[in-house]
Design a protein around this ligand. Structure first.
Ligand SMILES: C[S@@+](CC[C@H](N)C(=O)[O-])C[C@H]1O[C@@H](n2cnc3c(N)ncnc32)[C@H](O)[C@@H]1O
Length: 227
């Protein structure tokens, strides 16, 4: 088997070493040596977009927040489902990831950042949500391995009560919060319900139709005060 070739390496304050490596046509993004994303598997990243954009396709003025960027598969799948007047904000914590997506990673997902409907915000998506009020029809979060398996310890807050309250605040009434996870988390599902979402849990295949499955928590924002 061919060895991994490290293409890019960066030291990010408060995060540590991040690397981009390639073996043949596969790319891997690692944070402190732990794989956060591989280009070999992106079925569930696209399924997140599909489930989150259900019902938005024919509507005008749609606004979607994607956090984070990764290799751009979720962002591409969102763009492919929305009309020409949609606006998609991508919040990405690591500026180096944005640089890679504007360069050598751009072809992987059809250069989503070149789409004029996209605005990139180089910021923690939690901080971005905290500054919004009734802005988005859908918020799609794939920033880590899930509520219980963190690569960035600071992401803990996103999956807690405060993070979920910020998501509720950032959504338009009836808006949808989708959260990607490597596996199930009944405790997180309960927290979403308590925060004001009606939750559906999906288990799309990581790649193709067989093998590993990931978990998507899809929450529809209930009208305030309803259980
Ligand atoms: C698993 S990747 C996302 C994969 C993406 N769904 C795709 O389709 O390629 C996670 C991304 O989230 C970013 N990230 C991690 N924590 C974040 C945060 N708090 N806010 C914004 N982006 C974050 C990481 O730098 C990385 O680019």
């Amino acid at each position: 088997m061919k060895p991994w070739e490290t293409l890019e390496r960066a030291e990010v304050p408060d995060v540590g070493e991040v690397t981009l490596a390639r073996r043949g046509d596969e790319y891997v993004f690692r944070v402190r040596g732990q794989t956060l994303m591989s280009s070999r598997q992106h079925g569930s990243e696209e399924a997140l977009a599909e489930a989150g954009c259900e019902g938005l396709a024919g509507r005008s003025g749609v606004r979607v927040l994607v956090g984070g960027l990764g290799f751009g598969y979720t962002t591409r799948a969102v763009l492919d489902r929305l009309g020409p007047d949609a606006r998609v904000t991508v919040a990405e914590l690591l500026p180096v990831v944005v640089t890679w997506n504007r360069g050598l990673l751009a072809p992987l997902a059809g250069a989503p950042l070149e789409d004029p409907r996209v605005t990139v915000v180089e910021l923690d998506v939690g901080k971005h949500m905290a500054r919004q009020s009734g802005t988005y029809d859908a918020i799609l979060l794939d920033v880590d391995n899930g509520p219980t398996a963190l690569t960035h310890p600071d992401n803990h807050g996103l999956y807690g009560r405060v993070g979920l309250a910020h998501a509720v605040q950032a959504l338009r009434p009836g808006g949808v919060l989708g959260v990607w996870s490597a596996g199930p988390s009944p405790a997180f599902e309960r927290r979403m319900e308590q925060a004001g979402f009606t939750v559906q849990v999906l288990h799309p295949a990581a790649h193709g139709t067989k093998g590993t499955r990931h978990t998507l928590f899809m929450g529809k924002r209930r009208p305030q005060g309803r259980r």
